[in-house]
Write a protein that binds this ligand. Structure first.
Ligand code: SAM
Ligand code: DTB
Ligand code: SF4
Length: 335
């Protein structure tokens, strides 16, 4: 039986360099990771819940608000994405929003209980100039509200990472999306190594990493755990790990992808929790297709963060009123 040691206690959520004394591992092997993923479900959830409770306050859930600050027209060809210019999707393109409007929406999200404000731009990479300056202004504005700020802008260079850090950016979202072998079947315009290079520059600049993936792209369980192995090999582990379930978009190559059994997202979250005990694990896109009870299973299995708000980037999120009822039923408090 595969199990994970959980002997020593540590304070929640903080990733630091000295993780070795705390059963934090960076050397997961494929057979071990797959064995965790394939454990009998109740055993997997039980082990993940025990690790979750040891490293985190299980009565807390982080609420993040998400906003698309620049929508559509992206030159990349990610097969799942509504915003790629390569696909024929019914989507209104929007140029970069102005910082005042963005910060006003962040203030509104804060009032609704969000602690982190995440801003996404459909760019291949950041270009220096007026637009990047405007994004830096958004970050400073969000931080001035005493909220955490996260952006996802595509690839960055070292100088841009440094400027993001100077603006006070809390975290940078840049997903690996799937395992290294399967990735080229999903995207051809950039490589897995490009993603890893951007993550390294962000981390070198002292910004927390938010990086995870999607299930439902036609990948195997092996591809899923291979992605988790790449994430868990990072030292320290990424501070947050979003787990998305594909939101199928009409007009994308993955519009008709075979839907995955919702218990696979529970397995993915539980395995992420076991392999990266201290990271925040975010139950991200796809919640509106999950029952209340499946979402609760995800939280029991170690998810401790959600996107809260009626829309994700371009697709509807779980309804806010339903989320309020869910949180009320759970009796959890916002972080
Ligand atoms: N262009 C930037 C990038 O690729 O990093 C930022 C935006 S991109 C939309 C952010 C992430 O959203 C993707 O890496 C992917 O994990 C997730 N995502 C995009 N479309 C999705 C979909 N249809 N279903 C689930 N997740 C999706
Ligand atoms: C992440 O992992 N999920 C969010 C956020 N990071 C940027 C994006 C979800 C997008 C879902 C599809 C859409 O709304 O376009
Ligand atoms: Fe562009 Fe990001 Fe969508 Fe890929 S996932 S097409 S890089 S916006």
């Amino acid at each position: 039986m595969v199990s994970v040691g959980t002997q020593s206690h540590n304070s929640a959520g903080k990733a630091d360099k000295d993780q070795s004394a705390d059963n934090i591992r960076h050397d997961w092997q494929l057979d071990e990771a797959l064995a965790l993923y394939n454990l009998p479900l109740l055993e997997l959830i039980g082990q993940a819940n025990a690790v979750h409770r040891r490293y985190h306050d299980a009565g807390r859930l982080q609420k993040n608000s998400l906003l698309s600050i620049k929508t559509g027209g992206c030159p990349e060809d990610c097969g799942y994405c509504s915003q790629s210019a390569h696909h024929d999707v019914e989507l209104t393109r929007e140029k970069l929003m102005n910082p005042t409007a963005v910060v006003a929406l962040a203030a509104k999200a804060k009032k609704a209980g969000a602690e982190r404000f995440c801003m996404g731009a459909a760019w291949r990479k950041v270009h220096d100039g007026k637009e990047f300056d405007a994004v830096l202004e958004m970050i400073r504005g969000v931080r001035a509200l005493d909220m955490e700020a996260c952006v996802t802008l595509g690839m960055v260079n070292e100088d841009q990472a440094k400027r993001l850090a100077e603006a006070g950016l809390t975290a940078y979202n840049h997903n690996l999306d799937t395992g290294p072998e399967y990735y080229p079947k999903i995207v051809s315009t950039h490589s897995y190594q490009d993603r890893l290079d951007t993550l390294a520059k962000i981390r070198d600049a002292g910004i927390a990493l938010c990086t995870g993936g999607i299930i439902g792209l036609g990948e195997s369980a092996r591809d899923r755990v291979e992605m988790l192995m790449v994430l868990a090999a990072m030292d320290p582990h990424p501070e947050s790990v979003p787990v998305n379930m594909l939101v199928p978009i009409e007009g994308t190559p993955l519009a008709k992808a075979e839907p995955v059994d919702s218990l696979e997202i529970v397995r993915m979250i539980a395995t992420a929790r076991l392999m990266m005990p201290r990271s925040m694990v975010r139950l991200s896109a796809g919640r509106s297709a999950l029952s209340r009870e499946t979402q609760i299973l995800c939280l029991v299995a170690g998810a401790n963060s959600i996107f809260y708000g009626n829309v994700l980037l371009t697709t509807p999120n779980a309804d806010m009123a339903a989320d309020d009822a869910l949180l009320e039923a759970l009796g959890v408090t916002a972080e």
